[in-house]
Design a protein. Structure first.
Ligand code: AHG
Ligand code: MN
Ligand code: MN
Length: 332
């Protein structure tokens, strides 16, 4: 690993490519990095502290909140609020978006949407979890409070997006529209170093990631995709390998590096699937396309969808081109 380029240096070097507000976006990415380090530290010692387990209440989407969901949410919000780079935040764990309107936020040009802790069901069993973020330039005028419209922009308006994966090592992956780069955290030094420059998703993948326990609920086209993955075809190397952790960040990160497809389709019990357009699908779609992969709701590009509500769910398919094209041929 090249220990010469830190995330901080990389951001400063590459801010030349940003068309506007260079310093602020760099500072914002630094704030995310700082909050990520705090969450990383808490996750690493979760079993020794009092933060495993459930809160005993549900979030706005009717999902049971884990203590770490709430802790990660609080860390990101307080860190970002204590600085002046954003005028508001929307989080998977909050009912509504938050407006930051202290004097120091007066000139803030950005909003963030965040899934503070992705893969909550895996926290207590020591399996990889993550944080996913998405950054937009506000639509409302600077100096006024952030509005609903600032948060409901289509994914193709994202300025930057990324995730932290708290796995065997902690890695921060992000794009600001000029390729995808990954930075591995060195806990001894306390810095992220460029470890995965210019990531490209292999055009041909052989891994599929889906919750097959829901098979009975899936539409016919989705069942065909799964059966096709499982058929014997020596020339193509089928049957393909199935890998699914239940943490989108982990399943996506693996497939991005090795080649594969992740899908969370609609089903009879989940008419729009499960994943959230604003906090999960859009940022992952931006990264996927920047890495040369494809990301759709089964028919349309995720990045072209016009959101109508904060916690909107959409069917989601993303990954290597060969598998995405094959999936589309069964879906349409
Ligand atoms: P979150 O923990 O932020 O609620 O997200 C969980 C998501 C995603 O990470 C994962 O791929 C999917 O839900 C798993 O859902 P199933 O348990 O239904 O497979
Ligand atoms: Mn999630
Ligand atoms: Mn979450």
């Amino acid at each position: 690993m090249n220990r010469h380029i830190t995330l901080g240096e990389f951001i400063v070097e590459n801010q030349k490519d940003f068309p506007y507000a260079k310093g602020e976006l760099s500072a914002l990415l630094s704030s995310i990095r700082l909050a990520g380090k705090m969450v990383n530290q808490a996750i690493n010692k979760a079993g020794l502290s009092e933060i495993l387990g459930k809160m005993g209440n549900q979030n706005i989407q009717g999902e049971e909140q884990a203590k770490l969901d709430v802790m990660a949410n609080d860390v990101f919000i307080s860190t970002l609020k204590s600085r002046g780079e954003i005028c508001g935040i929307a989080s998977e764990e909050l009912d509504d978006f938050l407006v930051f309107d202290e004097p120091k936020h007066q000139n803030a040009k950005y909003v963030i949407l965040i899934d503070p802790l992705d893969g909550s069901s895996n926290i207590d069993v020591d399996i990889t979890v993550g944080t996913i973020f998405s950054i937009y330039r506000r639509i409302s005028p600077v100096g006024t409070p952030a509005t609903f419209e600032d948060f409901l922009q289509p994914g193709n308006a994202q300025v930057a997006a990324g995730y932290l994966i708290y796995g065997t090592s902690t890695i921060l992956v992000y794009t600001s529209g000029n390729g995808v780069n990954g930075f591995t955290f060195d806990p001894g030094i306390g810095s992220f170093f460029l470890s995965h420059p210019d990531i490209k998703i292999p055009k041909v993948g052989k891994i599929y990631s889906v919750n097959e326990g829901n098979y009975i609920h899936f539409p016919g086209g989705v069942k065909k995709i799964i059966r096709w993955m499982q058929e014997i075809d020596q020339a193509e190397g089928r049957p393909f390998t199935s890998r699914y952790t239940g943490s989108l960040v982990a399943d996506f990160h693996r497939n991005m590096l090795l080649g594969g497809i992740y899908f969370y389709p609609e089903g009879t019990t989940a008419p729009k699937g499960k994943l959230r357009l604003l906090y999960e699908c859009n940022p992952i779609a931006f990264i996927t396309e920047q890495a040369g992969g494809m990301c759709t709701n089964g028919t349309e590009r995720i990045l072209n969808l016009k959101p109508t509500e904060l916690h909107q769910r959409v069917p989601f398919y993303c990954g290597s081109e060969n598998l995405m094209l094959q999936a589309h041929s069964f879906l349409n």
